[in-house]
Design a binder for this molecule. Structure first.
Ligand code: G3P
Length: 513
């Protein structure tokens, strides 16, 4: 159970502590931040409202710890990460419990965030697995250097030998989103640590308690003091203070528009940003309708559409649109709507603000004449799944991401029309195309201005070692295990200069040696 057993020390009365300098602490502010359960809409948990002074101390400890950590052998860093992964796997149940209560993740998805595959005889825990994989990948990537000889440049023939290696950036600030507060935290923590950095985590408010439990697993693994910290609090007090802090050497952020503001204020430090998308699903005449419908349900409605990589607009050829809409509607009718504890498919969206925003998009679509395939239904933060057919470009839902269980269908007459709509978006995260014609699929993929195009499947970030990147307003840089490790390092060169070219040695040379 959350906050009990090995997790008892992270809770003081009813308030979760923050983690700094290897210890769980109460903030000197004596203030707390409430985490509202999206289902009951009542306070579920409380976390510390850290002060700027506490952030300063965390940054100092992170800097000191990093200087020692960078000298820690790779195998030792990897060993600790493997240990943390094992502890995380062991304690997946209380963490999943927090995910259900603070972000209304259905039980099966909450376990999926920590558990990716469930076989008859063993389970692989997704986040734990990601940590272990990162440890292995890091040992290989970081153990390699590069060697260059100067002979391509006139006047430098073989007089210069350049040795390059990857060194850590320093202190990484990780800011994961509410929808994956554990998985998208460890996808930043593990590469940062294996690469020799220290890490400061600022979890989302909704999701903070899941993240604090996860951080405790790293604490139990025995990482050095100050190497990992986790500060909680109000964005107005410590948000900008953290992202603009001079002690931060890199920011890895996943979330919404806030990322654009962060990137403008952050200054000259490397940024890794994933800021959402309007992932289009282009469906051609020859597509397998059953496959498309199944992927629209999975891609558009899993976790109630609250995924950056959710299918957010269907662009279907008019000739098969009726058949596809009918099939998707039949599948929507099967979705179970209700509380996350009942393992429903559609659960309350994260907040009332979010539900109101989604409702605004639905009202706009209604006023402008979209066809409602289901009746619009809302109870508190719970919104029933809704397919909007005959959506036109003048409707907000054609361009904005609802981050909820509402999916627009735009009927198209040509492939070019579909590509045009996709590329007119300010987002460029992922897209997908359904067709049996692989040549057409590849041409469409080539034309779509998105970081990834899935052929005959819904968009998805995983597997976690695949490259994951957004174009345009969807992000900066590329994620995925190897890319994140490389991104959290910089190149260091040492150049050995010879007094005479090395080719003067040996047969035919004219060296005096
Ligand atoms: O919304 C965050 C994004 O990374 C989604 O991940 O694994 O659901 O495709 P995934």
């Amino acid at each position: 159970m959350a906050g009990t057993g090995v997790f008892a020390e992270i809770l003081d009365r009813d308030v979760y502590k923050y983690y700094a300098d290897g210890e769980w602490k109460n903030s000197s502010s004596a203030k707390t931040v409430a985490i509202i359960n999206p289902t009951s809409r009542k306070t579920q948990y409380r976390v510390q409202a850290c002060t700027q002074e506490e952030v300063n101390k965390v940054m100092d400890s992170a800097k000191t710890a990093q200087k020692l950590w960078t000298k820690t052998p790779l195998w030792k860093r990897a060993e600790l990460l493997h240990k943390a992964a094992a502890i995380l796997k062991e304690h997946k149940a209380p963490i999943a419990e927090c995910l259900v209560k603070e972000i209304a993740k259905p039980v099966k998805d909450a376990v999926t965030e920590t558990t990716l595959f469930s076989f008859d005889f063993f389970k692989v825990v997704r986040s734990g697995d990601l940590v272990s994989y990162t440890a292995e990948e890091g040992v290989r990537i970081l153990g390699e250097g590069k060697f260059l000889i100067s002979d391509s440049f006139p006047g430098n023939e073989r007089t210069k030998y350049c040795l390059t290696s990857k060194i850590p950036l320093g202190v990484i600030l990780a800011i994961p989103p509410f929808n994956y507060p554990v998985n998208l935290a460890v996808s930043k923590i593990a590469p940062a640590l294996i690469a020799g950095n220290s890490l400061v985590l600022k979890p989302p408010t909704q999701g903070a308690v899941s993240a604090l439990h996860m951080v405790h697993c790293f604490h139990l693994a025995g990482f050095p003091k100050g190497l990992i910290s986790c500060v909680t609090g109000k964005g107005s007090e410590i948000g900008d203070f953290l992202t603009m802090h001079p002690g931060v050497n890199c920011i890895s952020f996943t979330g919404g528009d806030t990322g654009i503001a962060i990137s403008k204020k952050a200054g000259m430090i490397p940024l890794q940003m994933e800021l959402g998308g309007k992932d289009a699903c282009i469906v051609l005449e020859d597509a397998d309708i059953n496959l498309v419908a199944a992927n629209i349900i999975k891609g558009g409605f899993s976790y109630s559409g609250q995924r950056c990589t959710a299918v957010k607009v269907v662009l279907v050829m008019e000739s098969i649109a009726d058949a596809l809409v009918e099939k998707v509607n039949a599948e929507i009718a099967k979705l179970k709507v209700g509380p996350p504890e009942d393992d429903c498919d559609i659960t309350p969206v994260v907040s009332e603000t979010s539900a109101n925003f989604i409702e605004g998009l639905v009202k706009d679509a209604k006023e402008k004449g979209a066809t409602f395939c289901q009746e619009y239904n809302r109870d508190g933060n719970l919104i029933w799944p809704l397919l909007l057919d005959n959506v036109r470009p003048d409707m907000r839902i054609a361009w904005e991401e609802p981050f909820g269980p509402v999916l627009p269908v735009i009927r198209i007459n040509t492939i070019e029309e579909g590509i045009h709509h996709c590329n007119a978006s300010n987002f460029g995260l992922q897209g997908c195309v359904f067709t049996k014609d692989i040549n057409k699929a590849i041409l469409i993929s080539d034309a779509m201005e998105t970081g990834t195009v899935q052929i005959n499947s819904a968009p998805a970030r995983g597997p976690d070692h695949f490259p994951f990147q957004g174009l345009k307003d969807s992000g900066i840089g590329s994620q995925g295990v190897a890319n994140s490790i490389k991104m959290m390092t910089k190149i260091k060169s040492t150049v050995i200069n010879l007094p005479t070219p090395s080719y003067t040695m040996g047969n035919g040379g004219h060296s005096k040696l």
